[in-house]
Each structure stands twice: as C-alpha cells, then as structure tokens.
Ligand binder design. Structure first.
Ligand SMILES: [Zn+2]
Length: 471
C-alpha cells in the first residue's frame, strides 16, 4: 500500500483574544477536513501566537527544522492573506521549500497549490512576474532624471561641437563646427577606422568615438542609464542608453548615422571577439547537446555588412542562431497560455469539480445526520444535553463545508471566465519582447526557464531542443 503523504500545517494568530482563538479553531478544523478529504496524514499542526516577532515564532522554526529533516511532504496553510501572494518573502519561502521537495498548499486559495501541474506553472509564472515587476519599479522609466531629459532639457553644461546657444539660450547650429562634424562622419565612412579618422583630425580616439556615436547630431539626446547596484547601493552606469527626441536641428541624417554605428559596432565585435554579454538574454540558459553551456557571441561580417548573433558552445564550438531561438522561445511561452486553458478545463477544473462533488455529498450527509439527531431526541433515545453537544459539532461541520463549497464554486467560475491577468502579462511580454529592456527579459526568463536543452544541431538555423521550466 502506498504510504500517505505527511502534512505539516501552520497556523498563526496575532493575539490570544477570544475572537482570534475562534479563528484558530476554525482554521484547524478546516485543515483537518482538508487532510481527510485528500487522504493525507496530518503529521503535526504548528501553532504560533503573537504579532510575528522572531521570538514569537518558535513553532515556525520547528516547522522549518522538520522540513529540513524531510519529515514533511506538504506544507498546508489555511490562507496567506497576511503575506501577500506576490511578496518577496512569500515567493522565496515557497521556492525554498519546493527545492526541498515539499509542496505548498493554501486551502482558501486553490490556485496556490504546487501539488498540481497547473499550480506549479502558475507559481513559477507568478514568481517570474513578481521579479519582473520589481525590476520595473527600479527601472530607468521611473527615474526623474529621465523625465527631465524627456521634456527636452539638455542637462550637460557644454554643447557638442557643431552647436551653440543664441541670446535666448536656444540651441542653434554653429556652421563652422557643423561642417567639421560632417567631415568626421564622411571620412570615417571612407576609411572605416576610428584610429585613422582620429589621427587625421588630431583628436584622441575616444573623443572621436564619442562624436561619431552621439545621437545629438540626429536631433536626439542620449541619456545614460544608471541603475542601483544592489551590492554597494550606489548608482552605476550600465552602459545602456535611452534616446529621447531633442529640440535641436540635426546635422547628420539618420541613414548616415546608422551606417556609422554599424561600422563602429562591427569593429568592436571584431576587436573584442564578442559583443556585450547582456545582449544575449538566453546566455548560460542553453545547454549544448554535448552538455556544456552555450553563451552569446556576435560576429560582424564586413562582406555582408551584417552582425551575426549566435549562442555558441565553449566545448564543441557548435552554434545556434540567436535571433531565431529567442523568437522561438517567446512563441513557446505564449503556448503556456494554451496549456493553461487546456489544463483549467480538462485537468484542474476536473479536480476542483471532483472536490466540489465530495463537499456537496458531505453536506448532504451532515444534513441527514442533523435529521437523525432530531429523530433520536424525539424518540427520547438521547437526552437534551447530548443533543445540544452533537448539534454544535454538526453546526460547525456544516459551516466549514458550506464555506468550502462557495470557495470552490468561485474558483471554478473564475477559471471558466479565464480572467487571469498574469498570463495576459506573460503573453503581452512574449508578443512584444523586442520593446522590453534586455536586462528585464533576462531576469524574467531566468525565473521561468530552468534550462533549454539542445538535442541536435544540424546547422545554425536547424536545431531541436526541449525547454525545462523552473521547478
Ligand atoms: Zn557542445
């Protein structure tokens, strides 16, 4: 016979007041009936009373020890309302116990149940999105400096060569400087060498690079992105830029500017043998068919004037096309939406409907029990005190079952309506991933995907793989 799963249940109330005491009893009776219904063995109920200070959470610590020692298969709680479902602590706590092969179930939130495949997927995606939202909050979009730049205020004191201010402080073109700048650009296109161009005009290479890559010349501002460094809590340059529309007139046309950027990028790629690692959102997530990890690699091919992005294996040197696999991964993420729909109707809702049936039958038998009790009293087979005692118990059972039924009915209805905005966000990100910041996408993908295992590579554009989800 298969042994029953061991359940550890955790309950906490903030005070020992009577009202809270009742709520504790209700929670415990719900936990007991849940275990009975699912045929789980209730190993222990861990009870804490207090507002949550460290010294008041003795039972919680005991619970964690028991989890570490493998005494528990499932951690059961009645609700997680005190800790929001998306909060950091909650998610890292659940991730943590999942790693120890312990499942998490919240009775009043049937979606928060990692014993089912949909529940796990739901948790994984929720965790990924919570992480993504945190990133967004600290992102450049919210920064006030960016807001100022967006309104067109040129923040740096000195204007780039080719521009000057008139009496009203407006930015206007300085004809002499502008001619010089045009000269820099055309010369560079001719020789495609930063060093040669810089030498020719007697300028340091880095200041020539600064001029040739400055979008101020096409009428935009370059706004350097600074982000909080989590380790030293200081703002740091990330090397990324945001472009905002400026009020100044352009000196260089966009076509010429873009061409110059491509050459400069290409030279960099050739010089440094690779381009920025953070441009490869799947770097380190892909495992080659030889079992070694694959990392981003960019190659500029002058003959075709193109940058080829690949993920390459350090070991066997095989490559897959980066643009292609990134596009496919986001297509696959969208399929999870379909997976959810199928699951909700065919698997998970079936489970929920089954539970609902069980609870409804139970309600019927409790009502029968109530009738029987009354009959016994009328036939004077039991006395009044025994009747009262039994009736109280029946009343409580009835209350628990009725609430459970309405919880389940609500969840089933929600699933049928398909109203789940988290999946909508995932689909939105997948549809428009090119509009999102690479750093955010990297984080999001790492929260959802454990690894991408390449099974076979015929060539850069022809390969097969499996996606393994986190958890
Ligand atoms: Zn390999």
């Amino acid at each position: 016979m298969k042994s029953k799963k061991n359940v550890g249940a955790y309950v906490r109330v903030s005070t020992s007041m009577q009202e809270e005491n009742d709520s504790l009893k209700t929670q415990i009776s719900k936990i007991e009936s849940y275990c009975e219904l699912h045929d789980y063995h209730l190993h222990k109920i861990y009870e804490d009373v207090g507002s949550g200070g460290d010294d008041e959470r003795e039972s919680f610590k005991e619970l964690q020890r028991d989890i570490d020692n493998g005494k528990i298969d499932i951690l059961l709680v009645y609700e997680t309302s005190r800790i929001s479902r998306k909060s950091n602590t909650m998610i890292s706590f659940i991730s943590n116990i999942i790693e120890k092969n312990v499942d998490f179930v919240s009775i009043s939130q049937p979606d928060l149940n990692t014993t089912t495949s949909t529940g796990r997927l739901f948790f994984t995606i929720n965790a990924g999105l919570a992480q993504y939202e945190r990133e967004q909050i600290s992102s450049r979009v919210k920064s006030s400096a960016y807001e100022r730049a967006k309104k067109g205020h040129w923040m740096a004191g000195q204007l780039p060569i080719g521009y000057k201010r008139d009496e009203e402080k407006n930015i206007i073109i300085d004809e002499v400087g502008a001619r010089q700048v045009k000269n820099f650009f055309t010369t560079f296109i001719g020789n495609q060498s930063l060093k040669k161009t810089a030498d020719l005009f007697g300028k340091p290479v880095e200041s020539m690079r600064w001029i040739l890559t400055n979008p101020f010349y096409i009428g935009k501002y370059r706004f350097g992105v600074r982000k909080n460094n989590l380790h030293n809590k200081k703002k740091q340059r990330t090397g990324e830029y945001i472009l905002v529309e400026g009020s100044q007139e352009a000196i260089i046309n966009k076509e010429m500017f873009d061409k110059v950027q491509l050459y400069i990028k290409g030279n960099r790629a050739l010089n440094k043998k690779n381009i920025k690692k953070s441009n490869f959102i799947l770097g380190g997530l892909i495992k080659c068919s030889c079992m070694k990890k694959m990392y981003g690699n960019g190659n500029y091919v002058k003959k075709y004037d193109r940058l080829y992005r690949s993920y390459q294996c350090d070991n066997c040197k095989k490559k897959v096309d980066a643009d292609l696999i990134e596009e496919q991964i986001f297509e696959r993420l969208k399929e999870f939406e379909q997976l959810r729909e199928i699951n909700d109707i065919s698997i998970d809702n079936v489970e929920l409907v089954k539970s609902l049936e069980v609870y409804k039958n139970r309600k019927i038998s409790i009502l029968k029990e109530k009738d029987r009790l009354l009959t016994l009293l009328l036939k004077e087979l039991i006395d009044e005190s025994e009747f009262t005692k039994n009736r109280e118990k029946i009343g409580k059972d009835l209350e628990v079952v009725t609430e459970e039924i309405s919880n389940l009915e609500e969840t089933i209805k929600k699933k049928e309506d398909g109203s789940d905005e988290n999946f909508e966000i995932l689909v939105e990100v997948s549809n428009n991933y090119k509009n999102y910041e690479l750093i955010d996408l990297r984080e999001l993908l790492r929260m959802i995907i454990k690894e991408i295992v390449i099974k076979d590579i015929n060539n850069r554009k022809d390969f097969e793989y499996d996606i393994i989800l986190e958890y």
